[in-house]
Write a protein that binds this ligand. Structure first.
Ligand code: ADP
Length: 257
């Protein structure tokens, strides 16, 4: 590994802290931990762990850029960049310049970002007022069903009904799901209905415009493969997901270092 400065992006998100290490335009290491007090120290630990694993000398110069809602908490960053720009830069780069629309589902918000042919942000919309359509909604249902989110893709495949969740608010959805369970509804059907409900939210934010060019889903919940399938069913469009979709924002910050 050469001695040039390593580029490191730190994404201090509402739910998870993510770091990405980039060398010569390539994503070479990632790490994450839940968001909790002491965010700067937690992020520093992730960086040291990643560099240790890469066998990088602690003296090697590094350029660190922070992003995410807590970006200013990372005081040792050379600069802070907003998460929309970082997301656009990261995904455009990692998609080999193909991405034109990004649906980002985070722990507590939902965003749609439109990109130009050169990868700059031409438009964005965000829904951070309601947990429906975010990772938090999945976590809530996982608790209600006593089933880990990791099992959702398989269980969604095993659904056999046409159940719909009618509540547009998480609080009412919780009551609706409790009542469905009490009536003996299968959890597979509830899980599939949950994915369809989140997909409808995302499609609603996307609006009536048909996206031109490739559409990508990223953010932590994009690791759930059933979510991209539900979005495809809703939009009748191909929805692409890159490996490690939770790190695209951190990667974009690193690229800006
Ligand atoms: P933020 O940047 O807002 O902190 P992230 O993009 O890191 O959000 O996503 C965090 C969300 O991702 C959490 O709600 C978490 O439950 C969800 N998540 C993490 N891993 C998975 C997984 N394997 N499948 C589905 N959701 C996941």
């Amino acid at each position: 590994m050469s001695g040039s400065a390593l580029k490191i992006g730190v994404d201090l998100g509402s739910t998870a802290i993510k770091i990405a290490v980039v060398e010569d335009g390539e994503l070479i290491a990632t790490r994450s931990t839940p968001t909790a007090p002491g965010q700067e120290a937690r992020a520093q630990t992730l960086i040291e762990e990643a560099l240790h694993e890469l066998g990088v000398s602690p003296d090697r110069p590094r350029n660190v850029v922070s992003t995410g809602y807590g970006k200013k908490l990372f005081t040792c960053a050379a600069k802070h960049v907003d998460e929309i720009t970082a997301n656009a830069q990261g995904l455009f780069h990692l998609s080999g310049g193909e991405a034109r629309t990004i649906i980002n589902i985070g722990g507590q918000d939902l965003k749609v970002i439109s990109l130009s042919d050169s990868g700059s942000v031409v438009d964005f919309k965000m829904n951070d007022k309601c947990a429906a359509g975010t990772g938090r909604f999945f976590e809530l249902v996982a608790r209600l069903l006593d089933t880990p989110v990791n099992d959702f893709p398989t269980l969604a495949e095993e659904a056999d009904g046409e159940l719909e969740l009618n509540s547009t608010c998480v609080v009412f959805a919780e009551t609706e799901i409790v009542s469905l369970l009490a009536q003996g509804e299968r959890k597979e059907n509830i899980i599939r209905a949950l994915h369809a409900s989140v997909a409808r939210r995302a499609a609603g934010l996307l609006g009536r415009r048909t996206p031109t060019g490739a559409l990508y889903l990223d953010g932590g919940p994009a690791q759930n493969t059933a979510l991209a399938r539900a979005l495809e069913d809703e939009l009748l469009l191909e929805v692409r997901v890159l490996p490690k979709p939770q790190f695209t924002v951190a990667c974009g910050a690193a690229l800006g270092a």
